[in-house]
Design a protein around this ligand. Structure first.
Ligand SMILES: [Zn+2]
Length: 65
């Protein structure tokens, strides 16, 4: 249950494979974080989901008078 807050970690940066920095987790640096973000934005990654694309927010309907 205890969360380790040590400076060192065995995690590796998913972008370049270098040891992860505590400040930039889960990446080794802010640069790699940007690289990963750009992959997301450019569609390099895909989120597996069973949900179908839906229009609008269903909660909006329940709040309408
Ligand atoms: Zn990296």
């Amino acid at each position: 249950m205890a969360l380790k807050t040590g400076k060192e970690t065995r995690e590796k940066c998913p972008v370049c494979g270098k040891p992860v920095s505590a400040e930039a987790r889960p990446f080794c640096s802010s640069r790699c974080r940007d690289v990963d973000l750009n992959r997301w934005l450019s569609g390099g990654y895909r989120i597996e989901t069973d949900e179908e694309p839906k229009e609008g927010d269903p909660e909006n309907n329940s709040n309408n008078p």
